[in-house]
Design a protein. Sequence first.
Length: 330
Amino acid sequence: MSKKIFSGIKPSGNLHLGNYIGAINQWIDIQNQGNDCIFCIVDLHAITVPQDPKMLKKRTKEITALYLAAGVDPEKSSIFVQSENSDHTVACWILDCYTGMGQLSRMTQYKSKSENVKELASVGLFNYPVLMAADILLYQTDEVPVGDDQVQHIELARDLAEKFNSKYGEVFTLPKPKLLTGGARIMSLQNPENKMSKSDIDQNGTIDLLDDIDSARKKIMTAVTDSDNLVKFDLGNKKAISNLLTIYSCLSGKEVSDIEEEYAGKGYKEFKNDLADVVAEFLKSFQEKYSKVTSDMKYIDEILDKGLSKVKPTSSKTLTNMYDVIGLGR
């Protein structure tokens, strides 16, 4: 049975291998299973921290092209820019009025992101889980593909939907998190305690999808490991090599156990050399597709316009219902 799926990525920073393996590549499988998928560029979420205006616009188009290069099919899925549908911000305000300060103050991502800036943290950073809830609920979403670090936000969206429905009737579908599998948490190549991140200060920890291939090779070869020189998956004791094995498995299609067997008795240098080849081959193919997509920027605009026209009737219907049940308008 087809399900309504919603997900999105912020156009802040460069998309990297972790974004591809942990999210976008798995979107393609979800899309090709016949689900009704919406893959948004969530630019309103990006401005919770300062952005360069020209770069934000550039990256919005860039991420659209990366979606397409990865295999998001605009004939099967809808791609649009969040800020071009004002229903999101209006629905967010309404949901704000049903959200407790305590609920938001308990959000672990807010606490971690605001820890170093304290009072300088923006209200938007505090409030963005409500905007995320609006993104999801406007489209009567059944499932949201997320890593385990985002489950709390989907639970908030569900809580708000339940609160609204109990007061006004069946306004929203209750969304569920769809936990991404396999490489949902690709870690930094330099600090395997942390996820690979667009905002990582140490650029050697992250392989961007548009990285120069020689640069990507060097990042693999200089990735941290441990001292026992044993290619074995063990998240408890060997996080760094386990992370590299995950990357190898996801990009090559080989099972981790088969890779372990292949490198039994061999050292990290040979393993890294071969992994660097796998990563280089993937990036070369991916970047060729990206170049083809970006050769026609008018096509990208057409995709975004088409996506918005496909999703707008659903969000408008939900927002109109929200207005009606709480008594807004005349």
